[in-house]
Design a protein around this ligand. Structure first.
Ligand code: SF4
Ligand code: FE
Length: 483
């Protein structure tokens, strides 16, 4: 049953019966929880887009595995054009939701695992690739959401996995059985994990020969016994509990989600294992997944950036300053920064190339340039938005004051700005900006821009490696006739 609608996705998610610890309480029926439901709606949007006239051709494509029409969020990229369309799709989702819509991580993991399992089979005589093809074909046919889980807690950063005082600080195999393995550990910062049907778990770093137990990649249903979820807090998250009448949450409909996932001696059956002890492939998998996810940010963060630019231009109009030269110039600067990130996302896609397995990989250098820009530009966009919006984004009274007959007249009188602008609308726009620069939305827009898909130093290392310094030096030597 390919191509679910949003409501079918939500029904299928509910049927998993996932539980999580949310703010100190064990919670069931997660999709209905007011802290969580905005993030479920954001994922649901990725399904509905495949059914809307304006977006169906962008969001639908043909599976390379089974020939069926599928949602592009489960596609194995078959061309550079596919990579470009992925970025455009992500920008559209960012525009629509103004937040992290969570579904890209599994897509990026699948494309990385697809090619790395192929290479592993070639090099080690394993049979992971046909296994993964079969697994992913089902994901496509059932139109499932898959989380990609990479980041281990990492403990003492100066020590390797095998040297940690607690070896579980990197997820590892603790027991090998005839028909599978038992794993223990945790994955942090898991975007959308309790909104997913499945997860692909990958190692987090390159590994040495003595670290075979950490070289494990597998897939599991999210409702597997022994996997525990602890919900992540976001700034101002409890505003989501204030109900639909309140607009203090900033983004009235959508939001992101991150959890900590604990694997308490979890059994993984053989047919769901895609790497098991082949340490040499571990670093390759990390690098490839990271590259796809660094490309992703050239779409999703740009889409959210569009929302921030729109809100900033609108508040300038509401404040009566939209024609001031310095305001117009700052908004131009925001557009310039945002489109620069988009240009990098498109460029690393357009220069994509086929892997040995046949799916397409992004240009590594440009994907890393894309992400390094993303570690900076959204912060500058947020600074400019804060500058233009004014101090009210930090001091606005509660929306409840609009319901109080004593305070409401004062709010209306003293928060009035340009003529014809309803005060309540002005407050809504200010709250949206607050959400993105300092509230729950800033988790994805700012903190994740810095650290998601690897912190800035990881991109600088890759840029140093991919930058072909020697070739550049030789070019100069040739030009100057230096031997
Ligand atoms: Fe997708 Fe962006 Fe969210 Fe990552 S941060 S899952 S790329 S929307
Ligand atoms: Fe991310």
């Amino acid at each position: 049953m390919a191509l679910k609608k949003g409501e079918e996705y939500i029904a299928s998610l509910k049927s998993l019966g996932l539980e999580a610890n949310v703010m100190g309480k064990r919670e069931q029926d997660l999709p209905e929880h007011p802290l969580i439901s905005p993030s479920v709606r954001a994922v649901a949007a990725t399904f509905d887009c495949a059914h809307r006239d304006e977006t169906r051709s962008l969001f639908r494509t043909c599976s390379s595995l089974n020939g069926e029409e599928i949602n592009r969020f489960t596609h194995l990229h078959q061309s550079a054009e596919d990579l470009v369309k992925k970025v455009m799709m992500q920008r559209h989702c960012g525009n629509l939701t103004g937040c992290c819509f969570q579904r890209c991580v599994g897509l990026d993991a699948a494309n990385a695992v697809f090619s790395v399992t192929y290479e592993c089979d070639q090099e080690h005589g394993t049979n992971y690739h046909p296994r993964f093809r079969k697994y992913w074909s089902r994901i496509q046919q059932e139109d499932l959401v898959v989380d990609g889980a990479m980041t281990d807690p990492k403990g003492d950063r100066a020590k390797r996995p095998k040297d940690q005082s607690d070896p579980d600080l990197f997820l590892r195999v603790v027991e090998r059985k005839r028909d599978g393995v038992v794993v223990r550990g945790a994955k942090l910062h898991q975007t959308g994990m309790v909104n997913s049907h499945e997860m692909i778990v990958m190692p987090t770093t390159n590994l040495t020969l003595e670290e075979k137990d950490w070289a494990i990649c597998f897939a599991l249903p999210t409702n597997t016994r022994g996997v525990k979820y602890i919900y992540g807090r976001q700034a101002s998250d409890t505003r989501k509990l204030e109900g639909l009448g309140s607009f203090d949450a900033g983004n009235p409909t959508f939001g992101g989600q991150e959890v900590m996932a604990v694997f308490e001696d979890v059994f993984v059956p053989e047919e769901r294992i895609f790497l098991n002890g082949e340490v040499g492939l571990s670093g390759r998998l990390v690098e490839r997944f990271a590259a796809y996810h660094r490309q992703s940010y050239g779409g999703c963060k740009v889409g959210v950036g569009d929302v921030l630019i729109g809100a900033t231009a609108l508040i300038a109009r509401m404040n009566g300053v939209e024609h001031a030269f310095h305001i117009r110039d700052k908004i131009v600067e925001m557009i310039h920064l945002n489109e620069t990130m988009f240009a990098c996302g498109i460029a690393c896609s357009a220069l994509g190339h086929p892997t040995k397995a046949g799916n397409y990989e992004v240009d590594l250098l440009l994907a890393n340039v894309c992400k390094l820009n993303v570690t900076r530009f959204p912060f500058e966009l947020a600074r400019l938005a804060t500058d233009i919006a004014g101090g009210l984004i930090g001091t606005l009274p509660s929306s409840k004051e609009m319901e109080d007959p004593v305070t409401e007249p004062y709010i209306k009188k003293y928060l009035a700005a340009a003529q014809g602008v309803a005060v309540v609308d002005r407050i809504k726009v200010l709250r949206l900006i607050e959400n993105l620069v300092a509230g729950a939305g800033a988790v994805a827009y700012l903190i994740e821009s810095m650290h998601g898909a690897g912190s800035p130093m990881a991109q600088r290392i890759m840029i140093g490696r991919q930058g072909e310094i020697e070739a550049k030096i030789n070019r100069v030597k040739g030009l100057l006739n230096i031997s």
